[in-house]
Design a binder for this molecule. Sequence first.
Ligand code: ZN
Length: 384
Amino acid sequence: MSERLSSPSLDAHELRRYHRHLILPEVGMAGQRRLKGARVLIVGAGGLGSPAALYLAAAGVGTLGLVDFDVVEVTNLQRQILHGSAAVGRPKLESAAARLADLNPHVAVIRHDTRLSRDNALELIGGYEVVLDGADNFATRYLVNDACALLGRAVVHGSIFRFEGQASVFDAARGPCYRCLYREPPPPGMVPTCAEGGVLGVLPGVIGTLQAIEAIKLVLGIGEPLIGRLVVFDALATRFRELTLRKDPDCPLCGTHPTVRELQDYDAWCGGPAATETMHEDVTVTELAAARARGDELVLLDVREPFELEIARLDGAVHVPMRLLPERLGELERTRPLVILCHHGNRSRVALEYLRGQGFTNLHNLKGGIDAWSLEVDPAVPRY
Ligand SMILES: [Zn+2]
């Protein structure tokens, strides 16, 4: 009751704006004021974060924190509806804040232009009451889960891949956590990312919206939160399934004898982006082979001519002949690690310098090109 009294009041504009909430007995004036006083953190202003942030702002959550350090890429626009074409090349937080301010000027958007890490997660998350995880990688997912459990916060989980998505609420005080479900991340490289495997653009709209609903229910304390339940949505079949999740008494984080009492080095543990972040500009074929085997997130850009590809090629490489780079720049992501290859490593060096001049920031040159790959890594790739 004292919390309700301390919730901020609504002005005349807000009373009109939130009319359809105010007439819901489950929300009403007290609930709307509670929403206005709420602080929700959204990790990632991407596919899941986009619909979640839009709906939470529209609903009147008073303070929305957004964590993201990415720049809008043209490939994001197929699903990340916070951002428009004019924002390509600009920070996601910038376009997100502008869109949300236009949608609802009564919401304070706090931009955390940083990568969530073991060094900042506890302090950052500690400033919010509910966390919505819209991350697209295991390292961040475990980091958010662990930090929330250690801080006693609930995390609204969501994940998507191809045509399937899932959502749950992990609140270690009231039910299982993510580690009760998956104690450890899959071996690096075992699970392809959406960048590799694709994702239906509308799918994060369904899952991110479910996450927004759960966040609002948690703030208002209404309904049945998704605690102890995992909802799995199959877009091709248009079917929702529900799995019951139980708290694992042996969970290393929230079990009866926890071994995880502080945040870990998630990048090393999950085989996350750390390896490619520390990669030198010149990469040897053996380093590239190791990075690919680990499943490191990188894009291989082959700048050779089509006839050369007919002779020898590497699986998964994006092909843009050197001479067409200027007109096809929009197909490449500016911040993802890009390893450029050609026949012997000379054209790729020129391509790297060109891309650097175009504002690309994570560029690597494959020393010795595909010829070195044939000689040192895979003799099945023909030499020419
Ligand atoms: Zn657990």
